[in-house]
Design a protein around this ligand. Structure first.
Ligand SMILES: Cc1cc2nc3c(=O)[nH]c(=O)nc-3n(C[C@H](O)[C@H](O)[C@H](O)COP(=O)(O)O)c2cc1C
Length: 172
C-alpha cells in the first residue's frame, strides 16, 4: 500500500548533469533505482525495490497524464513527459521523463525503463499551467469522467497548435 505523505512546499531541483533512472517489472514494480533516484526520492534502495512506481506520485499530477503514459507503453511506444514527483519527506521534484518498454528477442515484455533529466524552465512553466487546469478539470468532474475531462484540455491544446503530443512535448 502507498503511504499517504503530506506534500510540503519544498522543491528539490535536478542538476544539469543528473539522470534519474529506474526500471520496473511488467506490472510496474520497481526493480532498479540509481543513486540519483534514491537521493531525490528520499527512500533507501530497499524501501524502493518491489514497490509500485506510484510511491513517488505527487497529488498535483493529473490522472490523465498517467493514463496517457500507460496507453502509450501498452501500445509498445515510448512515452515522454513532464512529471512532478513526491519525495519521502513531502518535498517535490520536477523531471522530464522518457519511459520505454523493454522486450526480449521473442517479443516478451521484460519490463519498463525510465530515464529522467532536468526539465527546461520555459517548458515547465507551460506544463505547470496545463497540469493545474487539467487537475482542476478532474476535481470538478465525477470520478468516472475525470480523465476524459482533463484529456480534453490537452487534446484541445494540441489541436489549437496542430501538433501531436509527441511533437509538442519534445519541442517545448
Ligand atoms: C518505468 C516507469 C517509471 C515511472 N515513473 C514514475 C514517476 O517517476 N512518477 C510517477 O508518479 N509515476 C511514475 N510511473 C507511473 C506509475 O506506475 C503510476 O502509474 C502513477 O504514479 C500513477 O499512480 P496511480 O495510478 O496510483 O495514481 C512510472 C511507470 C513506469 C512503468
Amino acid at each position: 500500500m502507498k503511504q499517504n505523505i503530506a506534500p510540503i512546499n519544498r522543491e528539490i531541483v535536478m542538476r544539469d548533469d543528473d539522470f534519474i533512472v529506474s526500471k520496473t517489472s511488467p506490472k510496474g514494480l520497481i526493480t532498479y533505482g540509481n543513486k540519483i533516484f534514491i537521493e531525490f526520492s528520499g527512500y533507501t534502495e530497499s524501501e524502493l525495490l518491489g514497490k509500485q512506481h506510484n510511491i513517488v506520485r505527487h497529488p498535483d499530477m493529473p490522472r490523465a497524464v498517467f493514463k496517457l503514459l500507460w496507453d502509450t507503453l501498452n501500445s509498445g511506444q515510448e512515452f515522454n513527459g513532464y512529471v512532478k514527483n513526491l519525495g519521502k519527506d513531502g518535498s517535490f521534484y520536477w523531471v522530464f521523463a522518457n519511459v520505454t518498454p523493454s522486450y526480449a528477442a521473442d517479443g516478451t515484455l521484460l519490463g519498463y525503463y525510465s530515464v529522467r533529466r532536468k526539465p527546461k524552465k520555459e517548458a515547465l512553466h507551460i506544463m505547470q499551467n496545463l497540469y493545474r487546469d487539467m487537475l482542476a478539470a478532474e476535481q470538478r468532474t465525477d470520478t468516472k469522467n475525470a480523465i476524459a475531462a482533463s484529456t480534453q484540455l490537452l487534446t484541445d491544446l494540441l489541436i489549437s497548435k496542430d501538433v501531436s503530443y509527441e511533437k509538442f512535448i519534445l519541442t517545448l
